[in-house]
Each structure stands twice: as C-alpha cells, then as structure tokens.
Design a binder for this molecule. Sequence first.
Ligand SMILES: Cc1ncc(COP(=O)(O)O)c(C=O)c1O
Length: 393
Amino acid sequence: MFESIPESKPDAILQLMEAFRADTRPNKLDLGVGVYKDAHGNTPIMAAVKKAEKKLLETQDTKSYVGPIGSRPFCAAMINQVFGAEAQSDRIRCAQSNGGTGALRILADLLKASRPDAAIWVSDPTWPNHIPVITAAGLEMKTYPYYDTDRCAVDFDGLMGALASAREGDIVLLHGCCHNPTGADLNLEQWGKIADLCATKSLFPFIDLAYQGFADGLEQDAAPTRLFAERLPELVVAASCSKNLGLYRERTGAALLVAQDSDKADKALGKLGVVIRSNYSMPPDHGANTSNLVLSDDALNEEWRTELESMRQRMVRLRKSFAESMRKRSNSDRFDYIVDQKGMFSRLPLNPAQIDTLRDEHAIYIVGDGRINVAGLPEEGMDELAEAIAGVL
Ligand SMILES: Cc1ncc(COP(=O)(O)O)c(C=O)c1O
C-alpha cells in the first residue's frame, strides 16, 4: 500500500525549526517560526490564561462530549470579540474550531458544499498553509497581486484589478490584519473599496483573522471585519486564539459566519456541524473553555488585554529599533517601511543565497522568502543583527 505514496515535501518553516534546534552555536537567533516571543526568546503562557486553566481544573466536573459546534459560551464570547456591537445582530453564528487552520478548513468545506463552482482568490503572497488547506477542500484557487516588492507596500491597484476580473459568486480570502508574510495591511478606506467591489460583483468575503490584537489593538484590528459585516449580506471569518491568547498547541479557534437573516444563519451553522461531524466529530475542549473564562471574566479579561497590549507594543518598539539600526548600518532609508507594517511579520529583500549566508555565518535563521518574525528580534544586539544583514546585502 504505502510504497505507492510519492515522497512528501516537508514544511519549510517546520524544517527551519528543526535546523535551529540542532544548531549548537550559543548566539543563534530564530527569526523564522511564527510564534510570539518575549525578550528572553520564550513563548510564555499568558498570566490570565494560566489562572483560567487553574480555575478550570478546579471547577470542571465532567469530560463528557460537548458536540460538533463546541462550547456555546466560547462561541458567544468569540462573536462579541470579533463583531463588537454588530454581534447583537441575529444573523451571526459561530462554531468552535481546531485553531484558525481548522476554521479555515471547515469554512472552505462549507463554501465548497454551498458553491461547488466558485473559485477562491488568495493574496500573492500568502501564508503558505492557505494553499493546501483550501485546495484540500476542493476549491479552485486563483491569486490576486498583493505586495509591491519595490515599494514594500500593498499593491492596491493590482489587487483591485485582479478582483475586478473575478466571476460573480467567487470567494475572496483576505487577511483581517497583520498580513502574513508581508506585514503590509490594507487601510480602512481600502477595505471599504473592497467591500464595495464585493457588493457590486457579488463576491463572497472570507476573512482570516489570526492576529486580532497584534496590529493596532483588539478593537481596531476587528474594524475591517465589522465594516464588512455592516455592509455585506454574507461573509465568513476564521478566527484564531493561538496568537492573541498564546494557546498555539491547544488548537483553539472559531469559524464565524454572517448570513442574510437568522434562518439562513441557522441553516449554514447546521451544515457546518455536519462538516465537523464527518471530519473529526467535535473540537478539543480545553483551549476553548480556558479562552471563555479569560474572555468572560472581567478581572481575567482586563489582565489579558493588558498583557496582549504590552506584547503588541513590544513588537512596535522592536520594529522602530530594527529600522533605526538598519538605517545606520545600510546608510539608507530603504528599511523604514518596517515601522509602518503591522503584527509579527515583515519581509526583508533577501535572496535565498543571502538567507543561507546569514544562517551559515551568523546563526541567523530566516524563512526562505525573507520573512522575519519581528517578535524574535533581539532587544540587545540590534546593531549587530543589522550589520550582518547589511553585510549580506
Ligand atoms: C495567516 C494565518 N492564518 C491562520 C493561521 C492559523 O493558526 P492556528 O491554526 O495555529 O490557530 C496562521 C498561523 O500561523 C496564520 O499565520
């Protein structure tokens, strides 16, 4: 049986993680893997999450099945977090998912079942895992230009031009904030123009919201999604608790849908339940229950928001300090764009040979497309890092 299986291509980022682990040089620096890191290079459990877990352990009195949709209180909390005041509307539904990736997959399955002939338009570049997750659901994938590598900014004209050629009923996948891998986000005015295009061409928006709270703040980062929910009859959102609650391995996320009315929302949620049941029956409970405690308990919520905000501000500071060092070491302002970009990632204009040299000669690990994890930048030693990068350039 298995001898007929062709060799699988390993995930480039996971391979990079392995190589970093095996590197024994004491000064090694990991700018590759996409997890938040503190000043010591650790990815700690957030204080409010730790307290919620303790409370959960003390109070939970059963491990009985919950059901395909998962925890209803968690779903209600996620609807509030993502949609704010719009959450009052009776046309929004939520199913707990296996992380943001799980939400992407079950929503892609739902859209494939609803509109088998629709193509899904994905930004070029995008998070590499979008491609296998979406194509595994059987949706035809097309790309729209997203990033102008000369200006290191969003190629908005290219994006609008490509989407103008989409067929009625096609799906558009958009990064809700903190575009991965570029860090170049759309502004609210541009989001408004895309919403108008979706309305006039009957395109279906699919928002991937994996980093709410990492760009400009929890509320601000949800603004594009809320604007879409106000203006458009239907959309879906894949939200992740991996980054903003630091629950990576607990596989916690939410598949959210906005329908034309309450009946259609119920029908869509019903189908989503069937998709979940036939895939993995029901989602894991621990992360969702923990998140629900953090999101719904006033004291824990306050503590979590403060910690999340300090993580965000740390990344903003690191962006500034890195851009300053690059300005000094490269004798140019070509890296100033890093300050304006959002979230955990930016891309450096490095080719694969330069990336290899940084790894081999300086123990600096960067993903092959030049993406760096801003949270991994060193608070001490920024000038040395900038010098190494300027050196290979
Ligand atoms: C753009 C984007 N979407 C979705 C995810 C999914 O995250 P998870 O499945 O770990 O919640 C990630 C994680 O890196 C991401 O970068």
